[in-house]
Each structure stands twice: as structure tokens, then as C-alpha cells.
Design a protein around this ligand. Sequence first.
Ligand SMILES: C[S@@+](CC[C@H](N)C(=O)[O-])C[C@H]1O[C@@H](n2cnc3c(N)ncnc32)[C@H](O)[C@@H]1O
Ligand SMILES: [Zn+2]
Length: 379
Amino acid sequence: MTEEKIIEIMEGTTKILVTEKSIKEKVPPKEPVFFNPVAKLNRDFSILAYSAFWKNFDKPKIFLDGLTGVGARSLRVANEISNAEKVIANDVNSKALTITQNSAKLNKISNLEVSENEACRFFSLFSKKGDRGSIVDIDPFGSPTKYFDCAIRATMHSGLLSITATDLQVLHGLAKKACQRKYYGVPIKTEYSNEIAIRLILGCLNFVAGRLDIQIIPKFVENDMHYYRVYAKILTKKDQDDNLGYISHCFHCGNRVVGKEITENCIICENKLHSAGPLWIGQLFDKKFIISMMEEIPKFVVDSKCEKILEKCELEAEMPVTYYTLDDVASKMKRSPFKIKNVIKKLQDAGFIASPTSLNPTGFRTDCDIDNIKKIFEN
Ligand SMILES: C[S@@+](CC[C@H](N)C(=O)[O-])C[C@H]1O[C@@H](n2cnc3c(N)ncnc32)[C@H](O)[C@@H]1O
Ligand SMILES: [Zn+2]
């Protein structure tokens, strides 16, 4: 550790001590401590989401960070969100926690504690009613599902649980069996694979929550090339809604059917459909929450991408499950791609609902089926 060079970087308005290697090397090393500078965007989103969540929240504002690394998210929550009461940054790696403490001193943070424990043991210390966190985060290497149970138990009624998944190969269908084992559902490879991945994460969370008589309500989701993030409200009551189901996709014509059961055949072209699931088929975004995240932007120093992405989230919040992409529709029509703005206007003028999607720059959501999309695009 002595030979490891530590440098100071700035994220938001927080100084963070990290190893020089984690900034200089293409893939940040896991040893002696892990820090990924590319994950800054998702930490920016966390600041907006957590600040929006704690606005008008009348219970203790306690953040439990189960896998904190060098403490980047925790330090930012403690330093940047003015009403944060207590932040507990946990990791198994004591070296990472020493760095976290040094960063806390550097920022004169007084409301952050560190904890050295295995994540599930850590969360178990906060599972009793009255001791739970109002915001709980799990950000592991790879799949987060092994922490779902203990993290849900450590989240108070009406609290927020945020989750990162980086096992993209599993979620994208390169290892279907592994996906079924870890997430209880199987993916299919489509142009909207990232949406399927997010729905598999939420589907598994819903399964585990259901076992504990807990309801989840997704508030916000986002992804980039390296990770998925989901934010869900936790309610300690039985879920009366059934939001688990399947997405059945036609690889021939591009049609998709969303429902509680698998659909076998395409009603448009009669070919066999391929299904992903069981997965979450309810809403991914809470429109009001997205608007309140946008209202938080002026208070913080965050990437300008946040606003652009949130604007799209607001538009797509109440739109149908799955999106189409310009490239895919154009290639099915053997035409060159169209412009997203024109496409959305054309669909709306034809009486359909249509929006862009935050999950793909050339993606759009609509209640128009693929046959009619093609007809509308022809004109
Ligand atoms: C992806 S990093 C966390 C990054 C951090 N949240 C951030 O925003 O910079 C994962 C961390 O989990 C820690 N870790 C791995 N397994 C763990 C376990 N079972 N319990 C607690 N921490 C664990 C590792 O030491 C590592 O620091
Ligand atoms: Zn079809």
C-alpha cells in the first residue's frame, strides 16, 4: 500500500482520494482498492435522486452504503446533500475505508462513519424496525442479486433502495443459464436488450421482496455501457399489483407482446415468438420523481448529460413497455434511417402516443404496432 500513489480528485463539490492507477489505467484495478472514474455519471444521478427523495421526507435521513469502495458515493451524499443526517460507508476492504476516512477529513465531513464488514452482515445490523436506513445502496462487482434480501431488510418502510449491476454478459443473454440462476428470468437479444436487463433486475428484486411481504415501486432507472442502475421505493406491505410477466418478441417482423403469460405466435406474421422473463412489466419511472430530480439540478454540480437524460425519462415515464429503434425499423423496411424527431411527430400526427427513450438515442416508444409504424414511415 505504501508504494501506491494516492491523488485527490473532485466529483461534484467533493474531494475524493483515489489511487493514481484507478485514474490512469484503462480498466481500474480492484487492488489494493477500487475506484471507477467512469461511474461519476451514476453518482451524479444518485445525488439528484437522493436529494429529491429526501426533500419533504420526515423520517431519519440515513444513508447505508453497503459496498462503498473508497467512499465516493457516501462522501458525496454526506458533503453535498445538506439535509443528510448520517452516512454509513461499509466495505470489507480496510484499506479502502482508511482512504474514505481521510477523504472525509479533507472535506471536513462530520456525519460519515465507516464500517468494516461483509455487506450482508452490515445490512443485518440495520434490519430491525427503527434501525433501518432511508436510502440503501448496493454497488458490487458484477451481479447485485445476492444482496437483495439483506438490503431490502435494511431499508425502512417508504425508503429508497438503489442498485448497480455490472454483469452485462449475464443480463444480455450471453449466459442464459447464469441469468436464470441469478435473476430467475431469461433474457433475449433484441435492439432493446438494455430495457430487458433492467426489467430482469427489477423482476428479481420483486420476487425477493414478495417473499418478505414487501412491495417495490421503481422510481428511476439508467444505464450506460458499463452498468445498470435501478432506484426503487420499498413499502412494507403486500404487493396487490402483479407486475411480473414476459416480453415475447418476433424476430421476423419486430412485433412484441407484453403480458402475464408467454405468447407463442406472432399475430402479425404468424412466426414463432421468443420470450424474455419472468421480468418486471410495470413502469420503470415515476414521472413526479423525475421532475423533482430535475428541480434539484441547479443545487448541484452534475454532468450536463443528467438533464438531457431526465428530460427523456419524463417523456417516456408513462409510455408502453419496450422501445423500437430507427436503425432496426429502417433495416426491416430496407430504407436509410429516419430522424427521431420526425418519427415521433409522424406517429403523434397519426393519433398514436410516441416519445423518445433515455435508454437509446435512436429509440422511441409508441402504442403503434410494427405494421402500422412501417406504413406511417412509408408516407
Ligand atoms: C464496485 S466497488 C464499489 C464502488 C463504490 N460504490 C463507488 O461508487 O466508488 C465494490 C466494492 O465492494 C467491496 N466488496 C466486495 N465484496 C464485498 C462484500 N461481500 N461485502 C462488503 N464489501 C464487499 C469491494 O471491496 C469494493 O470496494
Ligand atoms: Zn411477426
